[in-house]
Design a protein around this ligand. Structure first.
Ligand code: GLA
Length: 383
């Protein structure tokens, strides 16, 4: 963190913070738009994240400030389910509400947030601030929630309070992440395995398209609804809780039930993406990065053509990568509609890659992309 949060807290609240906590963001290596379909996903926590400093106050309110937004907002502890006019503050407000609804007697706390995850970039800045708040409350008040309980609280905030019908991947990833490991998470059973990410001669590059994600939430909810339509149609012949209970072979036996081409495309993506994650997990275990990279490209292609959540900015990045000799795999990561792509880049070519991609992208899109070489970091911590 390139900011002295302790000092900033003292400037804002005229007292020292009693505690400072960190929660990471995440990238998803593969398995996109399948968490809400009961699929297998493979996210990892990253070293970018959200810091929060807290100290008690005497007025019984929760005061929330963020160094990323020039806004102060106060929430009285007896107000539940009331959104604030500002967007960022709704995430911590939603979390505080959930704790109060759960009967926890908490009140009177000042918060100062700072995050270095580019906002709305597909790196889970929202899950990070949700879990940062939940982790801070749970630790500070010693409330005894386990990690999965915090994940579920944050997901409820996203679904019921914010109104995004997202799956569990992001909240899970930022809470359960471990250094240099990917989480292979089955989103139906919530069983997971930590897998070593040994990239050998490669590094993980994150490329932010800097494209604002307009209407992303409504398009996201539209995709969720299309998958539910597919599920309903398939249930005329078989009994399924989630689309990802089918593999491609079994799906082919029942896909005739889906006559709408768009819905068929969505379901085809979901089922084949899930199969790809199974293959990718095997490839990662045996350090077969070439296969892993090939699956990343296939995932992107499917998200572009069948699921239609990419866009010309993300496609431009991935097109560049596929023509660049020292990248073996690239794809969009997260919800899409703008945001970030990831690439497996050969070590030693970081500068060359950044220079050529920057020129190519600027020429095609008209504004610059941002490139980071990312470390795979750990989960929430007290500093
Ligand atoms: C967003 C959601 C996740 C997941 C991804 C797409 O990040 O919050 O639940 O659906 O999009 O894989």
């Amino acid at each position: 963190m390139n900011i002295n949060l302790q000092e900033k807290f003292a400037e804002q609240y005229h007292k020292n913070p009693e505690a400072i906590y960190f929660t990471p963001g995440r990238v998803n290596l593969i398995g996109e738009h399948i968490d809400y379909n009961g699929g297998l996903v493979m996210p990892c926590a990253i070293s970018l994240g959200t810091w929060v400093a807290i100290a008690p106050n005497n007025d019984g309110q929760f005061r929330l400030k963020s160094l990323n937004f020039d806004i102060e907002t106060a929430v009285a502890s007896n107000i539940v389910n009331e959104k604030d006019g500002t967007i960022w503050a709704n995430y911590p407000i939603g979390v505080i509400n959930e704790f109060i609804k759960d009967g926890k007697e908490i009140s009177g706390l000042d918060f100062l947030f700072y995050g270095n995850i580019p906002i709305g970039s597909g790196l889970s800045s929202s899950a990070s601030i949700e879990i940062a708040t939940a982790f801070a409350l749970n630790t500070y008040y010693n409330l005894g929630y386990d990690k999965l309980a915090l994940v579920k609280i944050a997901k409820r905030v996203e679904n019921d309070f914010i109104g995004l019908n997202s799956g569990i991947m992001d909240q899970f990833a930022v809470t359960f992440g471990e250094k240099d490991k990917a989480i292979v998470l089955d989103c139906e059973t919530l069983k997971y395995k930590m897998v070593d990410v040994n990239l050998g001669n490669y590094v993980l590059a994150i490329i932010n398209t800097n494209k604002p994600r307009e209407l992303a939430d409504s398009k996201y909810n539209e995709r969720v609804a299309e998958c539910q339509t597919a599920l309903k149609l398939l249930n005329q012949e078989i009994t399924l809780n989630y689309l990802c209970e089918l593999n491609a072979e079994k799906f082919a036996l029942h896909s005739h039930l889906i006559s709408d081409e768009t819905v068929l495309n969505r379901a085809t993506h979901v089922i084949k993406e899930n199969d790809r994650v199974h293959l990718a997990a095997k490839a990662l275990n045996s350090q077969d990065l070439t296969t892993f990279g090939r699956l990343m490209y296939a995932s992107h292609q499917s998200l572009k053509t069948l699921y239609e959540v990419s866009g010309k900015e993300l496609d431009t990045v991935v097109d560049f990568c596929s023509g660049y000799q020292h990248v073996i795999g690239a794809r969009m990561t997260g919800a899409g509609f703008g945001g970030c792509a990831i690439a497996l880049l050969e070590k030693g070519y970081e500068e060359d890659f950044a220079k050529h991609l920057t020129d190519y992208y600027l020429d095609k899109i008209g504004y610059p992309a941002a490139i980071y070489i990312s470390q795979i970091g750990g989960g929430p911590s007290s500093l």
